[in-house]
Design a protein around this ligand. Structure first.
Ligand SMILES: *[C@@H]1O[C@H](CO)[C@@H](O)[C@H](O)[C@H]1NC(C)=O
Ligand SMILES: *[C@@H]1O[C@H](CO)[C@@H](O)[C@H](O)[C@H]1NC(C)=O
Ligand SMILES: *[C@@H]1O[C@H](CO)[C@@H](O)[C@H](O)[C@H]1NC(C)=O
Ligand SMILES: *[C@@H]1O[C@H](CO)[C@@H](O)[C@H](O)[C@H]1NC(C)=O
Ligand SMILES: *[C@@H]1O[C@H](CO)[C@@H](O)[C@H](O)[C@H]1NC(C)=O
Ligand SMILES: *[C@@H]1O[C@H](CO)[C@@H](O)[C@H](O)[C@H]1NC(C)=O
Ligand SMILES: *[C@@H]1O[C@H](CO)[C@@H](O)[C@H](O)[C@H]1NC(C)=O
Ligand SMILES: *[C@@H]1O[C@H](CO)[C@@H](O)[C@H](O)[C@H]1NC(C)=O
Length: 320
């Protein structure tokens, strides 16, 4: 056997006997997942802001996994950076998780548990970075540093397996499109082209910053398994190739939404709503002007479940 092959074999054997050195999680290893995030991930009520189940509820079913959902609608990473009157990860979700871990409510074996973090929608959006955070020094840089800090704090508390989900292309939602209309999330005057251009920049820069920060952090977290899940790529592909994802009975629809309500500018007058019903709904990328549809959530769940099950996944890179 050539020297190089012997070395390769030695490393392969080492990887088998010391799983914490291997990249990624092994099939069958993960039994629990703990979520942090916003309405895209909030599984604590029904119907969710996505008009049904949140993706973790689907994933728990698909993978037969135990779900511990700490994500909450409206959340940002930290209210000290971008204030919104909802339970942020830093000020509420993480403390709640750490409390329950310390006081024995939650006893999760770190090897069998994976932690998911998907945040940014509200941090980047209206009443936050897009329209100006009320903390004047805040920029996209701190907001994404916060996201990476969440992972680090979890690691320090004993967590070892992680999936960081990057921000989906928010500029493709109706709220932030250049063809937007006054809606439930924003009914004041605005420059829709300007918002669309700025949001595209925030998302792309935010994702790149996160990615660089995460890669820099990896060597400082020995024994951790960190996956980077490309929500941006997945939703862009759903937008560009709807025929590969959507199976409803209406024509594919990636520019409208299942529950579309056109408001009158700065008025309390009743909005004009258009609702897609029954099997038509599964033709849509978006549920409303900001949230993914149930079929989009099932796709996210399918892909995330594959990662948690230790399978190869085209949207995922294991960094450690
Ligand atoms: C965590 O526990 C501390 C101390 O018991 C308490 O003050 C705090 O409200 C708890 N936080 C949450 C989110 O439950
Ligand atoms: C543990 O902490 C959680 C979150 O703060 C709290 O809701 C729960 O009541 C606590 N349980 C015990 C047994 O102290
Ligand atoms: C939105 O932007 C696209 C791409 O730049 C352009 O083709 C389209 O005409 C714009 N639509 C509106 C309503 O401004
Ligand atoms: C809207 O924003 C775009 C892009 O920033 C800019 O080119 C355009 O002049 C703005 N329109 C108005 C009416 O301010
Ligand atoms: C997509 O859905 C919207 C409703 O939000 C509707 O107005 C539009 O005509 C639909 N587009 C297509 C291509 O069916
Ligand atoms: C919206 O309407 C209220 C009165 O109904 C007015 O005070 C306010 O200035 C308006 N805001 C904008 C941005 O037009
Ligand atoms: C969907 O159902 C609602 C309530 O029954 C109805 O008002 C609406 O017209 C239906 N939408 C379509 C596209 O048929
Ligand atoms: C579309 O596919 C999903 C599985 O991805 C399934 O749960 C759903 O029922 C399907 N929708 C329709 C309208 O057949």
């Amino acid at each position: 056997m050539a020297f190089l092959q012997v070395v390769k074999l030695a490393f392969a054997l080492l990887a088998l006997t010391t799983p914490s050195w291997a990249v990624g999680v092994a099939p069958g290893q993960i039994k629990n997942f703990v979520t942090f995030g916003d309405s895209y991930t909030d599984s604590s009520y029904y119907p969710t802001a996505d008009g049904g189940y949140a993706w973790p509820t689907w994933a728990a079913m698909y993978g037969d996994l135990n779900l511990y959902g700490f994500a909450r609608s409206g959340a940002t990473c930290s209210n000290l950076l971008t204030y919104r009157p909802f339970p942020p990860i830093m000020g509420w979700q993480l403390p709640a998780y750490l409390n329950e871990t310390r006081n024995g409510t939650l006893e999760l074996n770190p090897d069998e548990t994976i932690y998911t973090i998907w945040i940014g929608t509200n941090d980047l959006g209206v009443n936050a970075l897009l329209t100006g955070s009320d903390a004047p020094d805040t920029s996209i840089v701190q907001v994404r540093q916060c996201t990476v800090d969440v992972l680090k704090i979890l690691y320090e508390s004993g967590a070892r397996n992680f999936i960081m989900q990057n921000i989906l292309p928010l500029d493709l939602t109706i709220l932030y499109s250049n063809y937007s209309y006054p809606n439930r999330y924003w009914d004041l005057e605005r420059n829709t082209t300007g918002w669309n251009v700025y949001m595209k920049e925030l998302v792309r820069a935010g994702n790149e910053i996160t990615s660089l920060m995460l890669e820099a952090l990896v060597p400082a977290l020995p024994g951790a398994h960190i996956a980077s899940f490309d929500s941006y790529g997945l939703f862009t592909d759903m937008y560009n190739n709807p025929q590969n994802y959507f199976n409803g009975t209406a024509p594919y629809n990636v520019t409208g939404c299942i529950n579309s309500c056109v408001h009158t500018m700065n008025s309390t007058a009743a909005p004009t709503c258009t609702v897609a019903n029954g099997t038509d709904a599964d033709s849509f990328l978006w549920y409303d002007e900001l949230h993914p549809s149930q079929q989009s959530d099932r796709i996210v769940a399918r892909e995330m479940t594959a990662v948690m099950m230790g399978e190869d996944n085209q949207w995922t890179t294991w960094l450690s």
